[in-house]
Design a protein around this ligand. Sequence first.
Ligand code: ZN
Length: 336
Amino acid sequence: MKAAERSRLFLELDLARNGKQTGFIRVPHSVHRSAYGWLPIPVACIKNGEGPRVLMMAGNHGDEWEGQLALGGLIRDLEPAQVRGRLIILPSANFPAAQAGLRTSPIDDGNLNRSFPGDPDGDVTRQIAYFIEHVLLPQCDYAFDFHSGGSSLMYIPSTLCRRDPDPAAMARLLGLMKAFGAPLGWVGSALQGQDRTLTAAARRQGVVSMGTELGGGGQVTPSVLKLAAEGMRRLLAHVGAYVGPVPATPDTRLLTLGGNDYYVYAPDGGVFEPLAELGDEVKRGQPAGRIHFHDTPWRTPALAHFAHDGLVICKRVPGRTERGDCLYHLGSAYPG
Ligand SMILES: [Zn+2]
């Protein structure tokens, strides 16, 4: 049996048909309330003849709203005449998580972006991952995955890609990031355990991929939504999949993303007091934040330090913090 045929999910759309179609990917889900029911993951296909085949995806984490709303707008606004090739638009990929307003699925605690390559017989989140990697990606040339900081983090709006040792492939990735036009674009290596992400899935399937981190805090803002909507059009125009009007492209500052020393973690549980702001240039050894012990407020707060020089691109949002929570991460000059 072919890998795609092992998926238990059913796609209502015909990906070979020209025009705009909307509907659902049905995830069979037999529960007390609904014996023969299915979970509805919204999906759209906009096709106009031959051309690039693009997957536009958000809601990989359910509480990252910017990409989800911008992709909804794209589905409503784009007409097939403006498209060359085919767009598959998946605004809320982990739909149960999005419906609950959570990063992970309330059904199985699944983090979709740690669930690839998935399992056709696994729990719901792994079944979704399997469908994306083995059914959708093999039918695509490009995969764009629109993340943001979600409930716990806030980012300076950024595009990101994984470093590619092939110079031509790397140049193509930098071209995609510059076309989107976020203020920052970072090039990183895969962290430990990151073979389970959509980026890793795309690479396994020979699909060119780029991601974003568009803001966060579990909210949306007018400026980030505008960047998302315009950046998506610029990106699609850049790959030759969109022929409508495209706003001018702002400059992107390129950064390198390193390993563990680019991250600051809470050394203890308590209340986080940031000592740096997004956009600050910081030095190795500089104090990054205090963790206050509000249960014993006479104790001296624990101090977290930056372990690398760099630009603060991401900062934790909630005050209450546990040991091991990410407080910041940094980028440094590209190519580094
Ligand atoms: Zn995410």
